[in-house]
Design a protein around this ligand. Structure first.
Ligand SMILES: O=C(O)CCC(=O)C(=O)O
Length: 249
């Protein structure tokens, strides 16, 4: 493990994160721990696993068809093992090191790209999903439970895009829950970030990011751990007309 209590992220890594809006961590936890979470993670996505309807979303496809990009919100409420990990403890240290001591966990989610037909997660900014009337200082730590490659849908980031405002988004599909950037003109030089098991990426709430389709014969499992400082009201609230009405209820 390369993360230590006193210095979870070194100065070079912090500078890179502030400059680029993302960071690759070769070792958030051990490969063994990442692999040990696969079974419990997969069970959550099985029919009848008891996930509440509001927490089991399809991001991309026709909800009546085969899941293309299924997401589970708060998977750690259903499988508390996901919280009792070195990865989560280290993720909190990394988040506090980058955002400051006031950063707190704001939830986990899981996105599983099924073998062969898991589709792309299109370019977007996470903040496009959030309350437009508030200022957000937040990041997400994306940890695959197996190797992540360009073939199975590893993360890609546009360096420096965290300095952009929230750009216009739209729904990927009228019946689905995922957002896509309306115009990908700001994606000028994406950096592809393959990872070995145990590694993770960190990205700012405004960093443009993407993950390709899964063309392999194994599912691509990603656990995303999010952290934020308390949000504050904006003097001039924004409008995000692409959001679904239920997001603000
Ligand atoms: O796992 C994926 O496919 C995309 C993840 C993502 O968009 C995120 O972590 O914000």
């Amino acid at each position: 493990m390369t993360v230590h209590d006193a210095a979870p992220v070194n100065d070079v890594q912090r500078e890179a994160y502030l400059r680029d809006g993302f960071l690759v961590l070769e070792s958030l936890t051990s490969a063994a721990e990442a692999a040990s979470l696969q079974d419990v993670y997969d069970r959550l996505f099985e029919p009848g696993s008891g996930i509440a309807e509001r927490d089991h979303l399809e991001l991309a496809g026709d909800p009546d068809g085969a899941p293309l990009l299924p997401q589970i919100l708060s998977p750690d409420s259903y499988a508390t093992e996901l919280r009792e990990t070195e990865a989560y403890r280290n993720a909190a240290l990394v988040a506090r090191s980058l955002l400051g001591p006031e950063a707190v966990p704001t939830g986990m989610h899981a996105i599983r790209k099924p073998a062969h037909h898991g589709v792309e997660t299109p370019w977007h900014q996470d903040e496009a999903y959030w309350d437009p009337a508030r200022r957000h200082r937040a990041l997400s730590i994306w940890m695959p439970l197996q190797e992540a490659t360009e073939d199975n849908g590893c993360m890609e980031f546009q360096p420096g895009s965290h300095r952009l405002p929230v750009l216009e988004h739209r729904l990927i599909h009228p019946d689905a829950h995922g957002l896509v950037l309306a115009d990908t003109g700001a994606v000028t030089g994406p950096v592809v970030c393959p990872l070995q098991p145990g590694g993770a990426t960190v990205h700012d709430a405004r960093t443009l990011h993407y993950a390709g389709p899964n063309a392999t014969s194994e599912p691509r499992r990603a656990l995303i751990m999010s952290f934020a400082c308390p949000s504050e009201p904006l003097d001039e609230p924004r409008s995000f007309p692409w959001q679904r009405p239920e997001w603000s209820s």
